[in-house]
Design a protein around this ligand. Structure first.
Ligand code: ACO
Length: 261
C-alpha cells in the first residue's frame, strides 16, 4: 500500500507507507528542514495513526540537510508566518505543550516498530534529537551532528538527552552538549552514534538493505526481543534473566491456537 494516511497538511512532512515500511520525509528543504511545532505535532499524529502492519519507520530529510533544527524565526517577535508560536516557558501550560511536542519523538521507540534515521548533511539541535529518537542511525559520510541548544541558551528538550547519554556515556555527552561542537560522520561512528556510515550516494540503498534485514525476522519475536533489550539497562542480571523467561513463555503461548487463553 502506498499513501499518506496521516501526514497532516502544512506540517512540512511527507509520509509514504509501502508494505511494512513507513518513510517520513522532512520536506522543507529550502529551510534545511527547519522544524516547527506543527512538524512535531505532525510527527505525533503519524505515530498515533500508523497502520498496524507497519514494522519499520525510516526518518529522512529532503534536500541538502537532514534538519537544521528548530526554525530560528520562532524566537523572533514575528515568529513564522501562519505557524503556531512557541509556548512561553513561564506559562502554566508550558509543560503540557512541550510534552505534546515531545510526543512526536517518543513513539519512534515503540516495541512494535524499528525506527531508522537516515542522516545526511546537517542534523542540528532538534534535528540531532530526532535522529537520536530513532532506534538506529545510518549516516552519510557528509553528516554533521551538533547539539546546538546550550550555545543558544537552551537545554535540549525534545527527548534527545537520554539516548545521547545511553549511547556515548555521560562524560562525552557533557562535552558534546556543553561545547555544542559538530561531530563528523567518522567520529559519530566511533562514538556509536551511527550504526553504519556510507558514502552519501549510497544512503538510500544502505537503509533499504538494513530495513530488509530487519524485516526478515519474525515480527512477534522481533517485538518481544526489542522490548526485552530496551528494558535491560534498568534491570539486574537476575531480573533480566527472569524477564527473558517471561518473554519466551509469553511469546510461545501467543503462538498457541488458543492465543494462550
Ligand atoms: N531556521 C530557520 N531558517 C533556517 C534554519 C533554521 N534553523 N537553518 C537554515 N535556514 C534557512 C536559512 O536562513 C536560509 O534561508 P534563505 O535562503 O532565505 O537565506 C536557508 O535555510 C538555507 O540556509 P543556508 O544557511 O544558506 O544553508 P547552508 O547549507 O549554507 O547552511 C546550516 C546550513 C549549517 C544548517 C545553516 O543554515 C545553519 O547554521 N542553520 C541554523 C542552525 C541552528 O542554529 N539551528 C538551531 C539549533 S537549536 C534547536 O534546534 C532547538
Amino acid at each position: 500500500m502506498t499513501g499518506s494516511p496521516a501526514a497532516p497538511a502544512g506540517a512540512g512532512i511527507k509520509l509514504d507507507v509501502e508494505g511494512a515500511v513507513a518513510t517520513i520525509t522532512l520536506c522543507r528543504p529550502e529551510r534545511r528542514n527547519a522544524m516547527t511545532p506543527a512538524m512535531w505535532h505532525g510527527l505525533a499524529a503519524i505515530g498515533g495513526s500508523l497502520p498496524p502492519h507497519v514494522r519499520a519507520v525510516v526518518v529522512r530529510g529532503a534536500g541538502p540537510s537532514f534538519s537544521a533544527g528548530i526554525d530560528l524565526r520562532l524566537f523572533s517577535p514575528e515568529g513564522v508566518p501562519d505557524e503556531e508560536r512557541l509556548a512561553d516557558p513561564l506559562s502554566p501550560g508550558f509543560g503540557d505543550w512541550l510534552a505534546g511536542c515531545q510526543a512526536g519523538f517518543l513513539w519512534l521507540r515503540r516495541p512494535d516498530i524499528v525506527s531508522v534515521a537516515a542522516v545526511h548533511g546537517h542534523a542540528i539541535g532538534a534535528g540531532f534529537q530526532l535522529a537520536l529518537a530513532c532506534d538506529l542511525r545510518v549516516l552519510a559520510d557528509d553528516a554533521m551532528l551538533c547539539m546546538k541548544e546550550p550555545a543558544l541558551g537552551l537545554v535540549p528538550d525534545l527527548t534527545g538527552t537520554k539516548p545521547l547519554v545511553d549511547i556515548v556515556g555521560l562524560p562525552r555527552a557533557i562535552e558534546l552538549c556543553l561545547t555544542a561542537r559538530t561531530v563528523t560522520a567518522a567520529e559519530a561512528r566511533e562514538l556509536r552514534l551511527a550504526e553504519i556510515v556510507v558514502p552519501a550516494a549510497d544512503l538510500g540503498d544502505a537503509v533499504g538493505d538494513l530495513i530488509a534485514a530487519l524485516l526478515a525476522t519474525d515480527a512477534a519475536a522481533a517485538r518481544a526481543t526489542k522490548e526485552l533489550l530496551a528494558g535491560a539497562p534498568a534491570r539486574t542480571l537476575e531480573q533480566q534473566a527472569a524477564a527473558e523467561r517471561a518473554a519466551q513463555a509469553a511469546l510461545q503461548r501467543s503462538r498457541q491456537p488458543s492465543g494462550g487463553a
